[in-house]
Design a protein around this ligand. Sequence first.
Ligand code: AMP
Ligand code: ZN
Length: 474
Amino acid sequence: MTIKLFNTMSRKIEEFKPLEPGKVGFYVCGPTVYHYTHIGNLRSFIQNDILKRMLIENGYEVTHVMNITDVGHLTSDADSGEDKMEKGAARDNKSVFEVAKFYTDAFIKDFNDLNLISPTHMPKATDYIQEQIDLIQQLEARGYTYKIEDDGIYYDTSKFPGYGKLTGGSLSGDRAGARVEFNNKKRNPTDFALWKFSPKNEKRQMEWDSPWGVGFPGWHTECCAMSMKLLGKHFDIHSGGEDLSRIHHNNEIAQSEPLVGAPWVNYWLHISFLIDKSGEKMSKSKGEFLGMDALRSRGFDSMAYRYLVLLSHFQAQLAFSWEGLEAASNGYKNIVKKLALLLNETDKGNVDRGVYDEWHDKMLSTLSDNMKTAETLVIVQDLLKTSEVNAATKIALFEFVDRLLGLQFIDRAQKFNALEAETAPTEIQSLADARTKAKSEKNWALADELRAKIDAAGWLVTDTKDGSKLIKKS
Ligand code: AMP
Ligand code: ZN
């Protein structure tokens, strides 16, 4: 099947052609583990998971690398400010290593909960210090670096004629702000740190010896060193959130192409932001953000969030609201309930291969066309509606839909059928009725309190078109 992807580099939708037939090398910039991963970060990882699933269903063997940034990411992408990890350690009163482990574990829990397929490799930047030093030495040998006393080793962007090509920026233009923001010892405002020296008279928790002195690698170097080590000098697809294209990815290209030749990577994918109601990017550094725990504590299934994300295209920003999540959750549950009924049918018939292939191809070709997730979900709805496909074929197709979209429809439908049988005791029912009343009076605090009581008693309350419904927790 033809796969088409919007490539940030060419600013066009292009047909995907792998470097090696049947194989895809895929690199994703992973989280900086100084804080909880928020639902904005997770939006980008969900979209990457969709890309991976689409490639797999098209028969590709995908080698997926997603790094964990546990050193070197400063509060400003222009290499100034504090180290995010050391800042997180001070905030949490823990060592940097404890902080990295704690938030990496929390991230993996969310990752699994959202049914994201584990990467083939999940390297930590701190495990690849030598590779980063080697890469900087190669750049040094080719004359791309210079030293700023008491600061670090810098990359001279004027030496790389293609600098900024990913986003069409120029050396002096789009980052003029960097000059003000940073010291004027840099040769060009776009130059960036490859190796930062530890401050004199200060012992950092994370620091290493290097040919240039004790310090730590700049954030942009890790992805080049790790991707080349694990995927080879050239690979197919590099992805990340839209904030990474202008600085981080242009800098990655500037470090890699002088060493391995152009193009280093064939396809660049950028996932648009999850924004809040005021139109601002959800961001860890602002300190106010929503994690999966916030959604779970309000009774939302992680799949409802996954479903919400898939209702929008990866190139469009998605504005998060609780109302939007509630609507997506109801949409998701409606599909689950209809599928639950199908699973209960006694006379399902046999799988019709011809019909199966027709719907399978329709869904896969739609998703393969620049990842049209919302349109694919419309076909899923149509499949449930049609009376021309028997239950056995629909169920077989849902197994495929679950592989393709990772929405765990069959699992939730089975759980729904198993739990449906139990009726709630009267005291739980009256708590649910009181909650419905509180909601109708817009007394959200009381409604939340009542939900917590119901939850503590072992029941889940869900809102459906026909009013609230109680389901016994498994
Ligand atoms: P970080 O942990 O900040 O290094 O980000 C991890 C990934 O999430 C990167 O690919 C970011 O580009 C992406 N990201 C950060 N904020 C958002 C957001 N609000 N919406 C979508 N993706 C985001
Ligand atoms: Zn990266």
